[in-house]
Design a protein around this ligand. Structure first.
Ligand SMILES: NC(=O)C1=CN([C@@H]2O[C@H](COP(=O)(O)OP(=O)(O)OC[C@H]3O[C@@H](n4cnc5c(N)ncnc54)[C@H](O)[C@@H]3O)[C@@H](O)[C@H]2O)C=CC1
Ligand SMILES: Nc1nc(O)c(N)c(N[C@@H]2O[C@H](COP(=O)(O)O)[C@@H](O)[C@H]2O)n1
Length: 206
């Protein structure tokens, strides 16, 4: 058993979530409220290690009132600075790693849950079993989104299209790519114009 998995990102017209200089502030204020409302509805929010390093996010509720989901970081190297905000403000944080680095050993002492994993689907199953997580919101970045899509464990994709063009940078799904004829196809569940008038919100389901 695994949780229901929602990828949620805001991208440019050309499908980028960050520019070549890592600039990634794409959301209007209504989109930030949508993002935080979804956080309030899920049990866990997951990000990749590079997003943790570049953005140093809190991943808590700021633009909506409710219960903070647990935070989850996925990392290959385990190279995560214990000074990151996510490790120093509540609620709980879980790290899935392929390498038990010294910094992760230090984080364990701070109350961070550190787990090793083989596939992302296994990590999701562990979240379900060990932490009673039934819904996960994945907030990027591109490599984590790609890995989940490649493993076939994505149930829903929520994308806001922001009226910018980066021309290069990080794609919303940033990997080695599917052969076109074998690429996964999702069903359009809803599409609407944001209250700001400039963004489009798209929801696709498996
Ligand atoms: N506009 C938006 O909505 C968002 C933008 N961003 C931006 O995206 C950029 C970061 O994206 P990326 O560079 O693609 O990095 P990422 O955040 O996807 O992190 C990549 C790292 O995650 C770990 N990882 C991912 N998949 C893994 C797997 N299957 N097994 C083991 N470890 C795995 C590895 O350590 C890998 O190096 C940042 O600039 C950030 O600001 C991030 C989230 C949302
Ligand atoms: N929805 C959305 N729109 C953007 O423009 C973004 N840059 C992101 N980034 C994601 O949100 C995290 C920041 O959250 P907090 O502001 O700390 O609550 C960031 O780490 C990305 O995962 N998302």
């Amino acid at each position: 058993m695994r949780p229901y998995i929602i990828i949620s990102s805001t991208m440019t017209i050309d499908g980028k979530i960050a520019a070549k200089d890592s600039f990634s502030e794409l959301s209007c204020r209504y989109d930030k409220i949508r993002q935080h409302m979804l956080r309030a509805q899920v049990d866990a929010v997951m990000i990749g290690a590079r997003t943790a390093r570049v953005d140093n996010p809190r991943l808590t509720l700021k633009y909506y009132t409710g219960k903070n989901p647990i935070r989850v970081i996925v990392t290959n190297s385990g190279d995560l600075d214990p000074g990151l905000k996510i490790f120093n403000i509540p609620p709980s944080t879980v790290v899935y790693t392929r390498n038990l680095s010294d910094s992760l050993k230090e984080l364990t002492k701070k109350g961070v849950y550190v787990r090793t994993f083989s596939t992302l689907c296994d990590a999701m199953a562990d979240l379900y079993k060990t932490f009673s997580v039934r819904t996960v919101m994945v907030e990027g970045g591109g490599k984590l989104n790609w890995s989940l899509m490649k493993e076939g464990c994505v149930d829903e994709v929520r994308v806001t299209v922001s009226p910018r063009v980066f021309g290069s940078g990080t794609s919303i799904f940033d990997g080695d790519g599917f052969p076109g004829s074998m690429s996964p196809t999702l069903k359009l569940h809803s599409a609407y114009r944001c209250q700001c008038g400039e963004e489009i919100v798209l929801i696709y389901k498996k």
